[in-house]
Design a protein. Sequence first.
Length: 272
Amino acid sequence: MSLSKQSEKTAYKRPFLRLLAGQAVAGSLVVLLDMATGSWMGPMVGVGAGVGLEIWVLVALQAVGAFVVTLFLGLGRGWAAIQFVLPWATWGVLYLDIPSWVYLVCFILTYALYRNVGSERVPLYLSNPTTWRALEGVLEDMGAEDNRFIDLGSGLGGTISYLGVKYPGWRFEGIESAPLAFMISWLRTLGGGQGNVSVGFGDMWDADLSKYSVVYAFLSPAPMARLLKKAIDEMRPGGVFISNSFWADGVQFDRCLELTDGRATKLYIKKI
Ligand SMILES: C[S@@+](CC[C@H](N)C(=O)[O-])C[C@H]1O[C@@H](n2cnc3c(N)ncnc32)[C@H](O)[C@@H]1O
């Protein structure tokens, strides 16, 4: 099964619940084992062999159990690896004596920056300057004036800020639904560019793509089939849809630019 098909299959099916279930199932098994060997409740309730397992053994069992159960629940190896690390990290930070409010602040900041990992399976990573310059080359072919460009999921606003300076006759817009990323990009675009750059807080699925001559997205495999359908349905003939790195099976693209940056970025380009 191809990457994009696999991602579509598993997208939007509550990955966080499955992650929680992975730790919970592994945890339940570890508690039962601990009881059976008598190191926890065993001596008190009169069950178990009274052997007692070292704490690091229990943590290791939890980590391996969560890894296996996560794979079994259909999440990929990347998620399973995170599940493996979590019990060790939790055990480790207990020794650091960190005040509890620090965890709350970390959680809020992480959510505010990465909220789309859970709902859309799209994390925050950024287009690099090589990609910005390649996009500049694509816009070059479209004339200098009266064009509108949108970055769907605009992250920290780097792409639109760069292009805004290069193309004063165009309008560059971003839409972003992670609150902290939006705030950073909003501040960045406030006085920057040539007054032709703006970013809005919102869901890209609500954007009306018929307004734009160029639509750019750098997301993940998971939303691509749905997003390409939206672009084809809504964009005007002659419009250009560009996706950084990800595409969907069964949909034709017109060009693929292979960049010579460290990540060997591919820009898939479709003329509507
Ligand atoms: C991989 S980053 C790309 C950032 C930026 N476009 C760039 O190229 O540097 C993807 C961004 O899309 C945002 N995102 C994901 N799903 C979204 C949605 N439904 N609506 C708005 N933003 C979304 C994420 O929060 C994240 O900031």
